[in-house]
Design a protein around this ligand. Structure first.
Ligand SMILES: [Mn+2]
Length: 410
């Protein structure tokens, strides 16, 4: 990410803001001890900087916008341990933000602008009432105390329409995240054997991804065999894989901080049993039907309704339910979500799709009493003329999967 990529994003944010509004976007704090640093996605989106403890401010007045960046001062004794801090000049170059100051000047600068500010957009998050304040809430507390007339609003609400439409560069990053995830998934299909542990499969996957420059999972990987696949957010990954199991992998690499989110299932034995095949085919048919509906102007709510209709008929055919209303026993989540820097990216459940959105399509049927869980998930880009399935290259047809598995077991 460089200034050419982040500058237009800041311009879009400024366009969306009203006069006398201020955006204050906080980077994540420096992690305690020796943990790996991950950046706040709003901050990264707007600045391209992996700097901890930095703050980006955008002030809009009647006829101008002003951008300010505050960064940590380098302390020579600390730099022995942590490496050199980014200089003001480096931060300016990388972000394209011209006014760069040190963090210890932040409140003084803010004191100067607050008298003219009506409201502030900030990445305050939305912690539950019985949870600690977010870092942004903590940092904005002096403003609440002294300028109680200034509204503080969640940055999500203004940045959602901007972040949910992906640029070509963003699509390229997501495509890489998806392709590297696909390599990992295919490699697991090639190497998995009964008796292996789920975490061994996870390791095969991550090795393939990291070899290609992936630094992190997009989310905690789910590698679930047999009945574990019926736990939607299973992440223990510590059971032994059985001969007759289906293994479900719901995984995604993060590349340039963009997440993939893919689910594939395969039979350990090399061949789907008739029942496994029956269930798999129903899920696959629903997934394809729903992907076929995706185009600009279609609502996520509509896709959910369609999925439920198709799911009800499928569950009745499979002999799992008799009454349509009971479908939630075997299908209890929604069809998908926006995907981007966050795996569950900004984009409301009731959003209407537009060109440049990327969403997941992930129907599933979960039958604990049969130790069987099937979910198939692709990442789909909404285009002017319909959609492009970005993960179409990752095997999901029964014959393809069986072929890979049987070659593996030779
Ligand atoms: Mn998903």
């Amino acid at each position: 990410m460089n200034a050419d990529i982040t500058t237009p994003r800041r311009e879009k944010l400024a366009m969306a803001m009203e006069a006398n509004q201020l955006a204050i976007v906080f980077a994540k704090m420096e992690q305690e001890g020796i943990e790996k640093y991950t950046q706040d996605n709003h901050f990264l989106y707007l600045t391209g900087l992996y700097l901890p403890d930095a703050v980006f401010c955008l002030l809009k007045t009647k006829d101008k916008t002003f951008e300010y960046l505050f960064i940590q001062r380098g302390i020579p004794e600390k730099e022995v341990w942590d490496g050199k801090k980014m200089t003001k000049e480096e931060a300016r170059q990388l972000s394209g933000i011209q006014s760069v100051s040190y963090l210890d000047e932040f409140y003084a600068a803010l004191s100067g602008v607050c008298p003219m500010v009506k409201s502030i957009w900030s990445n305050i998050g939305s912690p539950a009432l019985n949870r600690p304040l977010s870092y942004a809430m903590y940092m904005l507390q002096p403003i609440r105390n002294i300028y109680s007339n200034i509204d503080i609003e969640n940055l999500n609400n203004i940045i959602r329409p901007i972040r949910s439409v992906k640029s070509d560069w963003e699509i390229e990053q997501m495509q890489k995240a998806i392709d590297f995830t696909g390599l990992g998934i295919t490699e697991v299909m090639k190497q998995a054997k009964a008796g292996m542990m789920e975490y061994e499969l996870e390791a095969i996957l991550y090795y393939q991804m990291q070899k290609n420059g992936v630094q992190n999972w997009g989310f905690a990987p789910i590698v679930a065999s047999g009945v574990n696949a019926t736990t939607l957010h299973y992440k223990l990954n510590n059971c032994q894989v059985g001969t007759d199991d289906i293994v479900l992998m719901d995984v995604g690499a993060s590349y340039s901080n963009y997440s993939a989110d893919i689910t594939r299932c395969f039979p350990v034995s090399g061949k789907f049993s008739p029942r496994q095949k029956q269930v798999y085919e129903e899920v696959l048919a629903i997934q394809k039907a729903v992907i076929g509906l995706i185009k600009p102007g279609i609502g996520l709510a509509f896709l959910n309704e369609k999925t439920v209709e198709l799911m009800q008929a499928a569950l009745i055919r499979l002999g799992l339910i008799e009454n349509k209303e009971d479908y939630k026993r075997y299908y209890m989540h929604s069809i998908g979500h926006h995907l981007g820097m966050d795996t569950h990216d900004l984009g409301a459940r009731d959003s209407v799709l537009e060109t440049g959105n990327v969403i997941t399509v992930e129907p599933g049927i979960y039958i604990p009493e049969e130790s069987l869980g099937i979910r198939i998930e692709d990442d789909v880009l909404v285009t002017e003329s319909g959609n492009i399935n970005l993960s179409i290259g990752i095997p999901k047809e029964i014959n393809e999967i069986e072929q890979i598995r049987q070659a593996a077991l030779l």
